[in-house]
Design a protein around this ligand. Sequence first.
Ligand code: IMP
Length: 420
Amino acid sequence: MKDVIESLGPVCAVIGAQWGDEGKGKITDILAEHFDVIARACGGANAGHTIVVNGKKHVFHLLPAGCLHADKDIVLGSGMVIHLPTLLEEISRLEEEEIDVTDRLFLSPGAHIVLDIHKDIDRLLEEQRKKKIGKGIGTTGRGIGPTYMDKAMRTGMRLESLWESTTSIKKMLKDHGAILTKIFNIPFDLERELAAILKAKKKLEYCLIANITDTMSTYLIEGNSILIEGAQGALLDIDHGTYPYVTSSVTTAAGALQGLGMAPQVLTSCIGVAKAYCTRVGEGDFVTEAISKVADRLRKRGGEYGATTGRPRRCGWLHTPHLRYAAILNGFTHWNITKLDVLDEEKSIPIGVGIGKKEKVAYKKLPGWKKKTSGIRKFSDLPHNARNFVKFIEEETGVPVAFIGTGEGRADIIVNNIQQ
Ligand code: IMP
């Protein structure tokens, strides 16, 4: 482990290589122990990071999964959109377990506030798309797109509003609500939105920092290491993903640095996280999607139901052109291949290796290993065919596999010395 951790250097980003839900939470939770600061940069409560510690499941939507380590600083960056009641709920759930967060939580004043009206607009826009073109995007309904719309219109409310007086917050909300109701012809519950912000103000006002760039650069100058927990996945990126079936934020390593006000060259490593197969929630192309019987099998073994919405995830196979694309786009230095154990029972494992329409994609079939891999802690102890599967990913992408997930728990991981 020590060698691999050293190879990451002081600023590491963990980035999803597929359509989100790759298991980024678990690797950040494991790595968090070796870093001083854990940060989230972009996105909001559309993300759902599930980790299992001592058999107990923890799901985070806004806080990084690494926050379970009580001595780490936690930063939420300017690229984020934050639904304050959700953040308060996550904090109080941790407090119930005697994990205190507020004294080590640092919020960028530039992050935008997701109001309940944004969620209503999200639903409205989905309904309109369904009526107009027969299907929506399949958003998580968390108001993410409308909040970023507001941000781009330069009308959004930012966390810095928590510094204002009640009267001025009320006025801001009123003006803001008036714009949104006019555009979308939708009701705005001023009192409810105000109550939520005032409740958050009480608890979070003192977590606001002055400036995210100053905070992050001071961490580095003082010799602290920083772990950045990406959200969603490369193929959901607003600029480089499968538009329009994407989220509305940047999900890449570059976007993560932007969201945290950090210069690109400070990043010392970038771990691409990909499942040993592939899943997608919501609409959009998925060329290696499996036929329903096989997808059902993968879904059952992998527990593939959304952490945020509970929706069954669409399931299929790896697609190496996508992995290569994500590796180039983000500059992956290491892979974390997750959920290898889900494939333990497969006789043979198809991997999409060509591009084109679903029916036309060329596959390479690798032989399965038909042996239990959970509980294995060393790469050399993996069955021969499982090792070949991992090596195939390395050959196809040119990126070494440093971590292999073989089960739900913190301990279910193989750390592969990439120097070997
Ligand atoms: P939105 O981010 O809620 O606007 O949803 C846009 C698309 O991104 C939908 O297909 C969602 O299912 C997908 N999406 C957003 N966040 C996640 C995530 O954390 N995991 C998986 N899919 C996501």
